[in-house]
Ligand binder design. Structure first.
Ligand code: KIV
Length: 257
């Protein structure tokens, strides 16, 4: 594993890991300055394409967006989600992960699941493909979007999944909507960092969909905090442009040839 990975591993129990999503170059280059990990999440399916679920996201869509993101990411670790139905077995996963890495030059791929994808993760890691895990709500296969880890049986199985992924050698695990005390327990019991989304302050880092946190995507879920209202700022800029065009104040001589 290269320096970027060891930097992230070293942050466990020391300082929080910052992870955000990017789907294109312009946002990527802004967040790259502040992040440890930039994730090209398949959440782009709902955020950009209005798909009902991430299940409709294809490998080609992920690759094209990731190529754009790659141009903006200089210092952070870049992770790309393997979309639904691209890792149904080990050979399919290996073939597609290699395509993602060679075409996008990302540093790692993210896969959803625990013991169910044991052989797949094992194959990728054996072939030197760095993997980020994802447990809790798994949008690619979720039947509902209820928080995970309230029932004992679910808690035990999530903790077991996290330990399995840790032992397999994934470099970190996203915990999505995992009940706080379980997120704390998982974080304590594995060597690698946990990155939470709706999974409490006890995780080693946090991830959010950038469009949600800047107020560009109108989603109302408990785990999102709107840190800016970028839509308002875009609106204001466009209103000013429109007014200046109508009043012949734009373009000025300096803007013309
Ligand atoms: O697809 C995505 O953006 C994600 C994050 C929300 C963790 O998986």
């Amino acid at each position: 594993m290269n320096n970027k990975f060891s930097k992230i591993l070293k942050k466990k129990n020391r300082s929080k890991i910052i992870c955000l999503t990017a789907y294109s170059k312009n946002i990527a280059q802004i967040i790259d300055r502040h992040c440890d990990i930039v994730l090209v999440g398949d959440s782009l399916g709902s955020v950009l394409y209005n798909y009902k679920s991430t299940k409709s996201v294809t490998l080609d869509i992920m690759i094209e967006h990731s190529k754009s993101v790659r141009m903006g990411v200089k210092k952070s670790l870049m992770v790309v989600d393997m979309p639904h139905n691209t890792y149904r077995n080990s050979s399919e996963a290996l073939k597609n992960a290699k395509v993602i890495i060679s075409k996008t030059k990302c540093d790692a791929v993210k896969l959803e699941g625990g013991k169910k994808i044991y052989n797949i993760v094992k194959t990728l890691i054996k072939n030197k493909i760095p993997v980020m895990g994802h447990l809790g709500i798994l949008p690619q296969s979720a039947k509902n979007f209820k928080a995970k880890g309230k029932k004992t049986i679910e808690r035990n199985s999530l903790l077991k999944d996290a330990k399995i992924l840790d032992e397999l050698g994934v470099f970190s695990i996203v915990l999505e909507c995992v009940e706080s005390s379980l997120a704390k327990e998982i974080t304590k019991n594995i060597k690698i960092p946990t990155i939470g989304i709706g999974a409490s302050v006890y995780c080693d880092g946090q991830v959010l969909v950038t469009d949600d946190l800047i107020g560009l995507n109108f989603i109302k879920v408990r785990f999102v905090k709107k840190f800016a209202n970028i839509t308002k700022q875009i609106n204001n800029a466009i209103i000013r442009f429109k007014n200046e065009v109508k009043n012949k104040k734009f373009p000025k001589k300096i803007n013309s040839y």
